[in-house]
Design a protein around this ligand. Structure first.
Ligand SMILES: Cc1cc2nc3c(=O)[nH]c(=O)nc-3n(C[C@H](O)[C@H](O)[C@H](O)COP(=O)(O)OP(=O)(O)OC[C@H]3O[C@@H](n4cnc5c(N)ncnc54)[C@H](O)[C@@H]3O)c2cc1C
Length: 306
């Protein structure tokens, strides 16, 4: 039977887990990494041109390199382990998972985020039948098709640029009066002949019989309900932090993000966190790995003291 009591358990299978796993292994800590699956949002990141050390890479390659780096450092990585809840009693954390229980003296949570739903009519019915939340994963299914992207931030803009190489036509629907992402993306989108931007469009529901045929939105300028006939829709309207598994004593902000100080400590002693699941304002791989490095070093210092 596999060992299940540790001094440190890192939860997550992506940027945070890699950076913290490397440091913990080099310090010979009694630890493991638990993740439901490997890759996280890194694997969905498409082209990555802003991670130091790599002039150009992509999410698939980088997440494989991350995994190889953990393997190289002999990290005990346990995939397929979904953590359901964590409770602390008398300085020990009790972790309930789909694969049995674990105990640990410290936790480093790097569980990232999941996409926010639009809560539009028929959204659940058409999920994976035309409605997707991941352009990198599902984009190639829409070659030469007409698609819509809902959202006006970086994820939506990156999705539009990626789909521009694949789809025949792209409608970008934003509820706002202007796009909100990085200028470089906005400039590219504005010059892309395949992309039509529809401003102040409030998507209300999805249309079709078994497979998606289109969507319905309210044009907020005229308050007229309009239909758009598309074969695919990509929803990129924000994310929800995967923080519900943390003990109730761990403070979250109004968005559900875990509040950490600059050392990765939370309001609960021995419970550390890093990356997209935290209240750090910018969600990027370099930030997640940097934050994770600080948090794991602080966790090791904490272990040394107790
Ligand atoms: C479309 C897109 C494009 C992006 N492009 C870039 C870019 O170009 N450059 C850049 O720097 N950043 C980019 N990002 C952001 C970047 O992907 C994130 O900042 C980074 O992945 C955060 O890493 P993380 O380790 O905090 O979380 P994640 O990568 O989200 O990983 C979380 C991990 O935790 C696991 N997990 C979650 N819940 C549980 C649970 N209950 N039990 C066990 N395991 C669990 C998940 O399976 C996953 O492995 C992009 C993101 C998206 C969505």
């Amino acid at each position: 039977m596999k060992k299940n009591n540790f001094d440190l358990i890192i939860i997550g299978g992506s940027a945070v887990a890699t950076a913290s796993g490397i440091y913990a292994s080099r310090r010979k800590i009694n630890f493991c990494v638990l993740t439901d699956s490997w890759g996280g949002e890194v694997v969905n990141s498409g082209e990555i041109d802003n991670y130091p050390g790599f002039i150009q890479t992509n999410g698939l390659k980088l997440s494989q390199t991350f995994k190889d780096q953990l393997k190289f450092n002999h990290v005990d990585l346990r995939e397929g382990v979904k953590v359901e809840s964590i409770k602390k009693r008398e300085d020990i954390f009790y972790i309930k998972t789909n694969q049995g229980g674990y105990t640990s003296r410290t936790i480093l949570l790097g569980t990232g985020v999941h996409p926010k739903l639009l809560n539009a009519e028929n959204e659940k019915e058409f999920r994976n039948k035309g409605v997707s939340y991941c352009s990198t994963c599902d984009g190639p299914l829409f070659r030469n098709k007409v698609v819509a992207i809902i959202g006006g931030g970086n994820s939506a803009l990156e999705s539009a640029l990626m789909l521009s190489d694949i789809a025949e036509k792209i409608y970008l629907l934003t509820i706002h009066k202007k796009l909100k992402g990085e200028t470089i993306y906005i400039e590219k989108i504005n010059q892309d002949p395949k992309v039509t931007i529809i401003y102040q469009a409030d998507t209300k529901g999805f249309l079709g019989d078994k497979v998606l045929a289109g969507l319905e939105y309210v044009d907020k300028k005229t308050i007229i309900t309009k239909k758009l006939f598309v074969q695919g829709v990509f929803v990129h309207i924000g994310v929800v932090p995967n923080s519900s598994l943390a003990p109730k004593e761990v403070e979250r902000n109004n968005f559900g993000e875990i509040i950490t100080n600059k050392l990765g400590e939370t309001s609960l002693k021995g419970f550390f966190s890093a990356g997209d699941v935290t209240d750090i304002p910018f969600k990027q791989i370099a930030i997640a790995t940097g934050q994770a490095t600080i948090a794991v070093l602080k966790a090791i210092q904490y272990l040394d003291k107790i």
